[in-house]
Write a new protein. Structure first.
Length: 212
């Protein structure tokens, strides 16, 4: 087993480079963590998709990673590092072996671990791709989080059956009327994540609404 010692991780549902870490993020101080060197293609696939690992691999990493707490040390059930020799990333699996959280590393730690991994033998990692992570590389973390916040606001309108507001938004965004609330809700949600113009219109709407 190959371990890395004394590093900081910032587990989020989406992968963020160190320069997008926020001051309010919960940073985890790792005492030791397993490191696997994998190929470029496998690294990019795992980074850009939601993937799952089998039980054999889960048993291999079970409770092998330790983190510092205030007065003692605790273990993570399924946490490990991967590196392609250029970039490194930490992964946390849920009980079904699905990657639930990812973490980039601080710049100096990333360079050190990447260099370290070049001395390791390539690990033949088996996993299954579940779906695309649906991330837009041209959006900053702030933009992504703002869009998710708008999605929450749309969900509230839909769940509270505020049909007039949803119909108004639909008309403003698509310049046409629609009576079916389910269609309205579905198209608005898709547009928030895919259209910058519609995202701005809906964002302005909720900003005005919140000021009243």
């Amino acid at each position: 087993m190959n371990y890395v010692y004394d590093i900081l991780l910032n587990f989020q549902k989406k992968y963020y480079d160190f320069y997008e870490w926020n001051t309010v993020d919960e940073i985890t101080h790792i005492r030791k963590i397993l490191l696997f060197r994998i190929s470029d293609s496998h690294f990019n696939t795992i980074k850009n998709n939601i993937v799952g690992f089998d039980k054999d691999f889960m048993e291999k990493i079970y409770n092998r990673t330790e983190r510092f707490k205030k007065i003692n040390v605790a273990t993570f059930k399924y946490v490990f590092l991967i590196s392609n020799g250029k970039e490194s990333m930490a992964l946390k699996l849920d009980k079904n072996g699905i990657v639930s959280y990812k973490s980039g590393l601080l710049l100096d730690e990333n360079e050190e671990i990447s260099d370290m991994s070049t001395d390791l033998k390539l690990y033949n990692m088996y996993y299954r791709v579940i779906k695309d992570d649906e991330d837009n590389p041209f959006q900053t973390r702030e933009e992504k989080e703002n869009r998710f916040s708008i999605m929450d606001n749309l969900n509230c309108l839909y769940e509270n059956k505020e049909k007039d507001k949803l119909k108004y938004l639909y008309l403003e965004c698509f310049s046409t009327e629609e009576k079916d609330i389910n269609i309205i809700f579905s198209k608005l949600k898709t547009a928030v994540m895919t259209s910058d113009d519609i995202y701005i219109k809906i964002s302005d709407f909720f900003n005005i609404l919140n000021q009243k």
